[in-house]
Each structure stands twice: as structure tokens, then as C-alpha cells.
Design a protein around this ligand. Structure first.
Ligand code: GDP
Ligand code: IMO
Ligand code: MG
Length: 430
């Protein structure tokens, strides 16, 4: 029987999913991305090199690992080709990559519309990555989207493109944007088909075959649970579900395979883009953490907002996504602070609440209930074992376990692959 591991973001994205996926990908037979698109920015660092991935799975560095971009993703083939070219220029030329024939495509008009709709929102912008993710998922659900597999059937692709352009050009015109010419787009996408056609297949069949054999299969989430379209801080969210619950639909596998979920969480919190963030810090401590953690967006370069670890969010996410262990990331960044805080509840209109409220009007009024713990001064970035951590750092980890009810299975003390402390026995064996 195969072994499975689902790696999901448990906060507002950028928790270090790329690092953790790459760590386990070295031992995995297959890595599957199941939602999101090139709005993601996953950083992988090893052997002195740093790589940034947007839509390509983080197992791409291991030639033996099969990488799959599954049906739940929105795939921008222009961006995939650019990413592959960038990897080639960095010496990554030996890899296995498959793209689902059922995945929705992000087309050039989607990014134009993303930008235009953001501009229309005036002061209420979501702060999207402007990669066209929302418009691409909207078209998928409105059933006017094009799918990756359509590229393999030129006549059918032409028909679908014609239909989509009739609708989209009308929308673009209304917004005062440039329209798209059928012949040009058709020629461009047939050229794309000649470049990536050999990677397009029924990836659900591929993944199920791996699951039914002795393979080790890793599912790599993008974004984070608080950006989930259903359970996140709506409308300041992305347009997919980053949860482990999204794996069966997004990868085309039975839910019975989902049994080992690793929640990736920073030892503090960050958020890029707009929307409420109850534990946000606005003083020098935020600046210190941002600089030490290099907290600037991988995709857009925007400075990330910084706040304390939020156990209300962690408990909520654990309940929704069935977290078995936390991977506690960027723990080294907290070194040097006199005091560190953890948010254990929210105060809303004079009452203590235990769950994030549904509307952002309420969430924005929530004040964090904080507990304060001693900080530690030591540089922990070379620590290899839990026991070698300073006592105050150990106490912080134990407190996170206590207030979230979930064990910390991994502690990350640096961006490099080697700076990973595995505590959980099952994870050690993966
Ligand atoms: P992802 O989107 O979840 O894959 O995360 P990102 O790659 O966008 O952001 C995480 C950032 O933190 C990247 O720059 C990583 O190289 C870096 N990083 C990951 N783990 C650690 C860690 O334990 N310590 C430090 N200092 N940096 C880390
Ligand atoms: P990774 O996988 C952090 C945020 C955007 C914006 C909102 C909607 O690297 O963790 P979208 O372009 O998806 O419509 O933007 O979601 N966002 C992310 N924030 N990390 C990400 O991905 C994100 N992907 C989207 O900043 O607030
Ligand atoms: Mg990221």
C-alpha cells in the first residue's frame, strides 16, 4: 500500500510549503499540485541555490519524482513554459512533469480582467496577484473556460476558443480593455500545444495507479486555509480551496486516500494583500520580524504584514482540514525577541470567542487575547534536534501544541533543505 502525505498552508499562504514539499519530495515517488495556479510562489533552497516555483510542483528537482499538475489547478501554459525555461537556465533539465487534460486554463484575458475588476473596487481591493486566478475559476464554473486537454484537439479548441472570445471580448470592451483576435490566440496556443502537448494526460489515472502501488505520494497545497474561498476571510481570499478536503476532487482520487495531513504554519503569521488579520503587529517588532524573515512576496514583491501566531486560526484549520501535525516554520526568525506572544482567543464586542466569525465586518472588530512567553536570544539556525533548542524555544513549541491540540511534527530553522528538525516518528519514516 502506498504512503500519502498532504502538505497544506494553515495561515494566509507563504508558510513554507515549498520547502517542506521539497524536503519530502526527495523521498517521494510523486508530487501532486491540486488547486490554485501561478498565484503561488513556493521557494526551495538547497546546495546554495534558491528556486522559485509558481505552478510547477516542488518535486521538480528530483529526477525520479513524477510531478503532476492536477485537474483542480488553473494552469497558465505561458507561465508554465516560462517557469520551465527559468528552471532550465538554473540547470534543472532532468525532470518528470505531467499536466491534467481536465485542468482549467488561465488565458491572457483573465489577467487583464483580474486587474480591471480590482481597479473597479476602488478602496475595497482584494490585493490579488493579478494572475487571473479569480476570472479563470469563474469561467470554469460558468462553463465557458478552456481546458488544457482542449489543446490536443485543434478543431475542438478552435470551437471553444471562438465561443469564449465572443463572451470575453464583449466583457473586455465593456471595461474599456483591449480585445483578443481569434487567429492570433489560436496560433499562439497551437504553438504552446507543440511545446507541452507531450505532458498532457489523464493525471487522475496516473495518480491512482501510483496510489494503488507502493508509491509515496505527496500532495502539495498552495495558498493557505485562511485564503480558502469557503472557509477563509471572504472576500479577501483566493478562488480555490487549499484544504486537504480539496485533494480528492482536485486530484481525482478517492477521499479514502487522505489520511496524513501536515499543516504548514509559520511560528508567527504573515499576510500579503488586504483583509483582516487579528494578530497583526504595527510596531518595530513587525519590522524586525519582516526583515529577519525576508517577508516580501515571492510573486509580487509586496511587503508581508506580520503578526503573532494565531491559535484560533490554527484550531479552526485543524478542525476543517484534519491536521495530524504542524510543520512549524521560520522558527529561527523569532530569536532575539524579549517576549513572544500567542493568540489564544478573540474578544468580539466584549465577549471571548473561540472561532473566527464569518463576516469580515466582525473579524475586523476582533481583538486578540494574547499570552506572553519569554523569548530567547540564541541563534537556533544550526540546531539539529528538538532537545538542543533553548528552554524558552522549547516552551514556545509546547505551548503551541497545548493551545492548538496538535503536535508539532517538524520545526524549520532555516530556508535550506538541511535546516529541518523532524520530531514525529511517522514523518521520519516517510
Ligand atoms: P510557500 O508559498 O508556502 O512555499 O512559502 P514561500 O516560499 O512563499 O515563503 C516562505 C519563505 O520563507 C521563503 O523565502 C523560504 O525560503 C523561507 N523559509 C522557509 N522556511 C524557513 C525557515 O525555517 N527559516 C527561514 N529563515 N526562512 C524560511
Ligand atoms: P502561496 O502558495 C500568499 C493572496 C493574494 C490576495 C488573495 C487573492 O505562495 O502560499 P489571487 O491572486 O489568488 O486572486 O489573490 O490571495 N494570495 C496569496 N498570498 N501566498 C500565496 O500563495 C497566495 N496566493 C494568493 O495576495 O490577497
Ligand atoms: Mg509563497
Amino acid at each position: 500500500m502506498s504512503e500519502r502525505l498532504v502538505v497544506i498552508g494553515s495561515q494566509w499562504g507563504d508558510e513554507g510549503k515549498g520547502k517542506i514539499t521539497d524536503y519530502f519530495a526527495c523521498k517521494a515517488d510523486m508530487v501532486v499540485r491540486y488547486q490554485g495556479g501561478n498565484n503561488a510562489g513556493h521557494t526551495v533552497v538547497f546546495d546554495g541555490h534558491k528556486y522559485s516555483l509558481q505552478s510547477i510542483p516542488s518535486g521538480i528537482f528530483n529526477p525520479k519524482t513524477v510531478n503532476v499538475m492536477a485537474n483542480g489547478m488553473v494552469v497558465n501554459p505561458v507561465s508554465v513554459i516560462a517557469e520551465l525555461e527559468r528552471l532550465h537556465s538554473q540547470g534543472i533539465t532532468d525532470y518528470q512533469l505531467y499536466i491534467s487534460d481536465r485542468a482549467a486554463m488561465v488565458m491572457p484575458w483573465h489577467s487583464a480582467l483580474d486587474g480591471a475588476y480590482e481597479a473597479l473596487k476602488g478602496g475595497a481591493q482584494i490585493g490579488t496577484t493579478k494572475k487571473g486566478i479569480g476570472p479563470a475559476y469563474s469561467d470554469k464554473y460558468s462553463r465557458v473556460g478552456l481546458r488544457v486537454g482542449d489543446l490536443l484537439e485543434p478543431e475542438y479548441f478552435a470551437e471553444r476558443l471562438q465561443g469564449a472570445l465572443e463572451e470575453k471580448n464583449m466583457e473586455l470592451k465593456m471595461l474599456g480593455l483591449e480585445t483578443f483576435d481569434f487567429d492570433q490566440v489560436y496560433a499562439q496556443y497551437m504553438d504552446i500545444a507543440s511545446k507541452i502537448g507531450h505532458m498532457i494526460c489523464d493525471t487522475s489515472a496516473l495518480i491512482n495507479k501510483a496510489l494503488e502501488s507502493d508509491a509515496k505520494v505527496l500532495f502539495e497545497g498552495a495558498q493557505g486555509m485562511m485564503l480558502c474561498i469557503d472557509h477563509g476571510t471572504y472576500p479577501y481570499v483566493t478562488s480555490s480551496t487549499p484544504s486537504s478536503a480539496s485533494v480528492p476532487v482536485g486530484a481525482g482520487v478517492s477521499p479514502k486516500w487522505i489520511d496524513n495531513v501536515l499543516g504548514v504554519a509559520k511560528a508567527y503569521c504573515t499576510r500579503v494583500g488586504e483583509g483582516p488579520f487579528p494578530t497583526e503587529l504595527f510596531d518595530q517588532r513587525a519590522i524586525d520580524i519582516r526583515e529577519r524573515g525576508h517577508e516580501y512576496g515571492t510573486v509580487t514583491g509586496r511587503p508581508r504584514r506580520v503578526g503573532w501566531f494565531d491559535a484560533v486560526v490554527a484550531r479552526y484549520v485543524s478542525r476543517l482540514a484534519g491536521i495530524d501535525n504542524w510543520a512549524l516554520m521560520l522558527f529561527d526568525v523569532l530569536s532575539g525577541l524579549d517576549k513572544v506572544c500567542i493568540c489564544t482567543g478573540y474578544e468580539l464586542d466584549g465577549e471571548i470567542i473561540d472561532n473566527p466569525p464569518a463576516t469580515i465586518a466582525r473579524l475586523a472588530r476582533c481583538k486578540p487575547v494574547l499570552i506572553e512567553l519569554d523569548g530567547w536570544k540564541e541563534d537556533i539556525s544550526d540546531v539539529k534536534e528538538f532537545d538542543a533548542l533553548p528552554e524558552a524555544a522549547k516552551a514556545y513549541v509546547r505551548k503551541i501544541e497545548e493551545v492548538t491540540g496538535v503536535k508539532v511534527g517538524i520545526i524549520s530553522v532555516g530556508a535550506d533543505r538541511s535546516k529541518t528538525i523532524i520530531i514525529d516518528e511517522k514523518l521520519k519514516k516517510f
